[in-house]
Design a protein around this ligand. Structure first.
Ligand SMILES: Cc1cc2nc3c(=O)[nH]c(=O)nc-3n(C[C@H](O)[C@H](O)[C@H](O)COP(=O)(O)OP(=O)(O)OC[C@H]3O[C@@H](n4cnc5c(N)ncnc54)[C@H](O)[C@@H]3O)c2cc1C
Length: 337
């Protein structure tokens, strides 16, 4: 797929969405520059546990319950995407561990979802989030994309404004700012976004584990450090670690791994942006020339390749695929009277 030649595309945001979109467009031959005021990885994408987990999300996140099919389609794009970047996919799956009563509840939910009842979900996968962000950036740069540390403050076709006072010539702005540009300043549709603060602990694992473990109120995702997550703090967008919010997480982790020492665990904090229905906003804004790729909630990594393909299809006027209506960027607009 090629992007109309000569179109100058600015991407605001170098998280999972912005990086995947930039990569996709640069590989298609577009002239792409990514702007982000934060250093690489200092965003929700860099903090994330990296799970690509349609079934677990449908099980444990009420807002994702109705989105199993779209999440599975998004996951199915990952093997080719990861392969093209040399990213290792963790395919060991998710083990459900906990009391008999709780596992009984999980089994009932699996039945409701029409998923085979099991305590080892093999169709949920995992990647290393920080490493994948770096791999996407390197591949995008290889394909000709540029990255600049700068904040986008305004856009009209032909004129992109930056906080450092520059105005640059771009035809299209892809808004991939996560929770950063809410309230409609760059695109009115972002008024539908709300922040959800997430705190996640990182601790030395007791032993090498390949599978993600899901317990009651907690997950443990393997990696160099075990990622123990995560809080869901609605309407919070600060990055301050707070012991009270993580104490529940620590208690849930202790219930699963009583021998684990969490006293020295690092606390990482990220802010997700969510829409009212839990799916991202993808597509053209009412603001001329602005293409939205925001509102990833808990599934920015899972959705990144799908959103990148859709963004490219919007730009090219190609077939948008089966998930465009569900993710339509303007679906929360008030009908005009
Ligand atoms: C604790 C935690 C665990 C998670 N675990 C998982 C997981 O296991 N699997 C999964 O799929 N998802 C997970 N998520 C969710 C996932 O991290 C997010 O959905 C995803 O990272 C969102 O990506 P994004 O690119 O939309 O936004 P972000 O990663 O937030 O990136 C947005 C970028 O935009 C930049 N920006 C903001 N304003 C501007 C501006 N005006 N101009 C230019 N740049 C701007 C910011 O600096 C930032 O770098 C987790 C999130 C958290 C917090």
């Amino acid at each position: 797929m090629t992007v109309q030649s000569g179109v100058r595309v600015a991407v605001a945001g170098a998280g999972a969405f912005g990086s995947a979109v930039a990569l996709r467009l640069a590989r298609g031959g577009a002239d792409v520059t990514v702007f982000d005021p934060a250093p690489p990885g200092q965003n929700a994408s860099g903090v994330a546990a990296g799970m690509l987990a349609p079934v677990s999300e449908a099980l444990f996140d009420p807002a994702s319950r109705d989105h199993l099919d779209v999440m599975r389609r998004a996951r199915d794009l990952w093997p080719a995407f990861a392969d093209s970047l040399g990213i290792a996919l963790g395919l060991a799956g998710v083990r459900i561990q906990g009391s008999d009563a709780w596992r009984g509840e999980v089994e009932a939910k699996l039945r409701d979802l029409g998923v085979p009842v099991t305590d080892h979900i093999t169709e949920d996968w995992r990647i290393d989030a920080l490493g994948s962000l770096a791999a996407m950036r390197a591949a995008a740069e290889n394909a000709g994309a540029a990255f600049e540390q700068a904040e986008v403050t305004g856009f009209a076709p032909g004129a992109l404004d930056l906080a450092d006072g520059r105005t640059l010539a771009f035809d299209v702005l892809v808004l991939a700012t996560g929770p950063g540009a809410r309230g409609g300043r760059l695109a009115p549709e972002t008024a539908a976004l709300a922040p959800v603060k997430g705190q996640i602990l990182r601790a030395t694992p007791l032993q090498t584990e390949e599978t993600v473990v899901r317990g009651e109120g907690v997950y443990m995702a393997p990696g160099e450090l075990l990622a123990i997550g995560a809080t869901m703090e609605a309407d919070r967008d600060d990055l301050t670690p707070d012991a009270e919010a993580t104490s529940t997480l620590r208690a849930a982790a202790k219930a699963l791994r009583p021998d684990m020492n969490l006293d020295d665990a690092r606390v990482d904090v990220g802010v997700r942006a969510t829409t009212p229905d839990g799916l991202p906003l993808v597509g053209w804004s009412r603001a001329p020339g602005v293409l939205l790729a925001v509102g990833a909630r808990r599934n920015g990594w899972l959705f990144a390749p799908l959103v990148a393909d859709m963004a490219a299809a919007y730009l090219n006027g190609d077939n948008l695929g089966p998930d465009a209506a569900a993710m339509d960027a303007r679906r929360f607009e008030e009908p005009e009277t």
